[in-house]
Design a protein around this ligand. Structure first.
Ligand SMILES: [Zn+2]
Ligand SMILES: [Zn+2]
Ligand SMILES: [Zn+2]
Length: 934
């Protein structure tokens, strides 16, 4: 009998598969998107609307994509897909950073250094170009596979002619405003990469260095020690012994007291408060020199401008200076100055009007020669190689007091990870202050750009506040040249508006390669003249621009030059390391040329770490390869992971986290499947939809609830807080839909007559849910939502085929209207939790097996009673899936379980008092009899 009735029920059915099989289905779907130009269709849909431009920060084109890349590109895609659904025209032009040392280094490795060094620049550049383009194709395929929509066939490359020209156009704009100058300054220098490095290219990490204490013998006696018989020494300390050959001065801390300690008949000068501990380390007795019965303790100022013997070069003297940077916690309170190799040293000595000595070449080797300014005994040695030799030299001279090893934070090259040097060399700089660049940039950061998270403004603000002038020249081959010439006749540097205009024209036509191949006379025309001597023999200089300049001017080369984009862009999104890199170089070049920031908003993201919070590395075996995850689990799993983590700080990923993400994915997928199984082929919104006012009370409640969730999701996307959208949707799907509401609806969906108001009311809500979940998840589950489209009734997918083409979800009621249901929603859920607890206890006691077998008697407080019985009252028995709920008003909130009245209907298995024989239908409830058509 029961079996017969089963056939009369409306059981769920859909072609949407339970098993996802994403790794197989996604590549086919992607091919379809490409074949049918879905990206172009999205643009077309919103053509002529207001634009929303997310300008892509170009990844470096070396090597395959990693999980950090994946997070970056997926985040951008989420934003673009969301904004496109809002109706904005969302052109997205992906880019690649193609110039720079890492690629040149790869080419050098491939050729071998000897062959590399004899290869013409033009050939090296050709090889670098090839390498970059190969890698771009590799990365492009990876990004597309992740489901990222964009103009992949027309990306921007920083090696395009137009980009080369834009480099110089921006350079010229800033040059004309007086911001660019050539100066002699200590800059970070990587001897491994043979180039100057910007502050942004420096990383600090621990390094073990030799720390030495050395005697510098004074050539005259300081005031008060005239009567002392033996020699007088400064005891200096340094952690870079190789800078001793270029020593030019020592610095003492002004305002501090210095003591002379007597040792071996010598007077050794040290900071008074450090002297006892120093003596202990040296194995000396602490015996201050006695002058007139008192310790010789004097102000640092006493030593100012006294001279001492240069520790390596005989006949040369150094000078004692005063400097605030001298530390009083470590060492002896006296530091040696090598102004060619230290920023602090440099500024102190320049202030004194001294000439700067810098004896180290581009490779980090001492110049060969016996005189001061060369390596002397260490000629030709590498600086690291020289360290032990210099220590040994000092030991033999008897001036080494002590040597030990210390571990300290030391600057390293961002690219090759080797420790860097300071070298004072001739370089090109952008002045931060001469024309107010720093001030305007700081104002833009603070008052004109929105930062996500908000505290990022302080981070980049502080960096711009403190940064030194920007050193923009590099001594490499693979980049855009700094367009300066040297007069072959008189040595004058030549650069002016005429030469710059000619170079811009040249680069537009032939790209920057022409700099290395074409004779200046061939393109400079009348501009090929030295303003100093009138000669016409100009030679191209060899410095290239910092690669950060290249990517930094993309606001010009891309946003301004490409018609579909706009400048300033709406948003830039990159990793937080770009506060020192691209965010900053873009800001400085844009403010430098136009006084405005190139972006209206900036989203910064943390790094991707493994599940234990460690960096990923091959040696740790904790690398998550996005290509592999796509092949094994599907891109939608990575996308869902990206949406679920708080990218405003560092995020974690490992196989366990991906497995959890995969579970979450299944919850979403099952929900889609449930919704489709009640709608596919059975619900035509145009004919079957029930107006909000006609909906069953429980269904109204659900629409109110989804309207609230929708508002939260909308707000989260708009403020780039994807995990808030994810969390709202996940909780809604799992704790509200799956566990509560969808279960409660099954009775109506399965048992009510097809086409009846009660059933259509339920389906109407399911249609709203599907419509909402499709759109809200489309930015994240790009592939899966697209798969759902094929099974969803045409009326709820805007008659579109592709999910990317949907417009944003709009609830049938407003947020304010939804909030009117807050009271009944809370009351019915609060009572539900009490009922659920009572049911669990009764079930555990064996009172019943199915909740339909019982009725609930509940006492609820008066206020709640009014809500539950008021004008928005819902059918609580249906909601809680019991046979009946009897409410009384009382003081407390309690629920008791009793056996249901009546008998079990053979068809719907509900206990009803009206179960009887209706015509041909035996032992069914009146509702079922009606559904059966009697
Ligand atoms: Zn390096
Ligand atoms: Zn000249
Ligand atoms: Zn029934």
């Amino acid at each position: 009998m029961a079996n017969e009735y089963k056939q009369t029920m409306n059981l769920p059915k859909t072609g949407f598969p339970m098993r996802a099989g994403l790794s197989k289905s996604e590549p086919k779907r992607l091919k379809d998107w490409q074949g049918n130009k879905v990206y172009e269709q999205v643009l077309k849909k919103n053509e002529g609307h207001k634009k929303f431009v997310l300008h892509d920060g170009p990844p470096y084109a070396n090597g395959p994509i990693h999980i950090g890349h994946a997070m970056n590109k997926i985040s951008k895609d989420i934003i673009n897909r969301y904004q496109a659904m809002q109706g904005y025209e969302t052109p997205y032009v992906p880019g690649w950073d193609c110039h720079g040392q890492p690629i040149e280094h790869k080419v050098e490795e491939k050729l071998g250094t000897a062959k590399f060094n004899e290869t013409p620049v033009a050939k090296i550049r050709e090889l670098c170009n090839e390498f970059a383009v190969e890698n771009i194709e590799l990365q492009k395929a990876g990004f597309r596979r992740l489901g990222v929509l964009g103009d992949w066939d027309n990306p921007y490359l920083t090696l395009y002619h137009q980009h080369d020209a834009a480099d110089i156009e921006v350079f010229k704009a800033m040059f004309d405003r007086g911001m660019i100058y050539r100066g002699h300054k200590p800059v970070h220098w990587c001897k491994h990469c043979h180039t100057a490095l910007a502050e942004a290219e420096i990383e600090y990490s621990d390094e073990t260095s030799p720390s030495i204490f050395v005697r510098f013998e004074l050539t005259s006696k300081p005031a008060g020690l005239e009567g002392f018989d033996g020699p007088v020494d400064f005891i200096i300390w340094t952690t870079t012994p190789w800078t001793i050959p270029s020593d030019q001065a020592v610095s003492l801390k002004p305002g501090e007291k210095y003591v002379a300690v007597e040792h071996d008949g010598r007077a050794e000068i040290m900071l008074e408060k450090l002297a006892p501990s120093c003596c202990e380390q040296f194995g000396w007795e602490y015996t201050p020199v006695q002058i007139d019965g008192a310790d010789y303790v004097v102000d640092a100022e006493v030593f100012y401008h006294l001279h001492y013997k240069q520790p390596v070069f005989d006949g040369i003297e150094g000078v004692a200076l005063l400097a605030d940077y001298v530390g009083t916690e470590d060492g002896t309170g006296i530091v040696h100055n090598s102004p060619g190799h230290g920023a602090d040293d440099y500024y102190v000595c320049v202030k004194e009007g001294m000439d700067i000595c810098m004896p180290v070449d581009d490779d980090g080797k001492f110049y060969v020669g016996d005189e001061f300014g060369c390596g002397g005994p260490f000629s030709g040695m590498d600086t690291d190689e020289a360290n032990p030799h210099i220590i040994e030299f000092l030991r033999e001279r008897g001036t080494l007091v002590m040597e030990k090893k210390i571990t300290h934070s030391y600057p390293h090259c961002w690219r090759c990870k080797h420790p860097v040097l300071f070298r004072a060399t001739d370089q090109w700089f952008v002045s931060m202050d001469k024309t107010g660049l720093r001030e305007i940039a700081a104002d833009q950061i603070k008052n004109h750009v929105k930062w996500y998270p908000a505290h990022a403004a302080n981070r980049i603000g502080a960096m711009v506040e403190q940064r030194p002038d920007w050193c923009i020249s590099r001594q490499r081959n693979w980049g855009v040249p700094i367009p300066s010439y040297t007069c072959a006749d008189c040595g004058e540097k030549v650069m002016n508006d005429d030469t710059l205009d000619a170079v811009i024209k040249l680069f537009h036509e032939k790209g920057s390669d022409a700099w290395f191949t074409d004779e200046p006379a061939s393109y400079l025309g009348d501009a090929c003249v030295c303003p100093k001597c009138g000669g016409h023999h100009l030679k191209t200089d060899r410095d290239i621009l910092d690669v950060w300049w290249d990517s930094g001017v993309s606001w010009k080369a891309v946003c301004e030059y490409r018609d579909e984009l706009q400048y300033p862009a709406d948003v830039y999104l990159e990793g937080s390391d770009q506060h020192r890199g691209w965010f900053q170089s873009s800001l400085l070049t844009s403010v430098g040329a136009n006084d405005i920031a190139p972006y209206k908003a900036v989203v910064s993201q943390g790094f991707t770490l493994d599940g234990k919070g460690r960096k990923m590395s091959k040696s740790l075996g904790n690398v998550i390869d996005p290509n592999k995850v796509c092949d094994e689990m599907g891109a939608d799993i990575i996308r869902l992971w990206v949406s679920s983590v708080d990218t405003s700080s560092d995020v974690s990923i490992d196989h366990e986290i991906l497995a959890r993400t995969s579970d979450a994915y299944r919850r979403f997928r099952n929900t889609y499947r449930f919704l489709l199984s009640e709608l596919e082929g059975q619900f035509d919104p145009e004919h079957d939809r029930v107006a909000f006012d006609e909906l069953m009370p429980l269904d109204k409640l659900m629409v109110a609830r989804l309207t609230q969730v929708q508002a939260e999701v909308d707000d989260a996307y708009a403020s780039y807080e994807f995990p808030r959208a994810y969390r709202a949707l996940y909780d809604f799907v799992v704790t509200e839909l799956s566990n509560v509401y969808l279960d409660a609806l099954k009775d109506r969906l399965y048992c009510e007559k097809l086409g009846s108001l009660k059933r259509r009311s339920a389906q109407t809500v399911l249609a709203e849910l599907l419509s909402m979940l499709l759109r809200d998840m489309q930015p994240i589950l790009a592939y899966t939502t697209d798969e759902v489209m094929a099974y969803a009734p045409a009326g709820i997918v805007d008659n579109q085929k592709y999910a990317a083409l949907l417009d944003w979800y709009k609830s049938p009621i407003t947020f304010e209207e939804a909030n009117e249901f807050e009271g009944i929603l809370e009351a019915s859920l609060e009572l539900r939790s009490v009922v659920t607890k009572a049911l669990e206890e009764a079930r555990a006691a064996g009172t019943f097996t199915k909740s339909q077998q019982v009725k609930v008697k509940a006492t609820v407080p008066a206020e709640m009673y009014e809500l539950l019985c008021g004008d928005k009252a819902v059918d609580l028995a249906e909601f809680y899936i019991v046979s009946a709920v009897e409410l009384t008003s009382g003081d407390e909130l309690t629920a008791t379980i009793e056996p249901a009245d009546g008998e079990c209907c053979d068809r719907c298995w509900n206990y009803r008092t009206d179960v009887a024989t209706y015509g041909a239908h035996e032992h069914v409830c009146a509702r079922c009899a009606a559904a059966l058509g009697e």
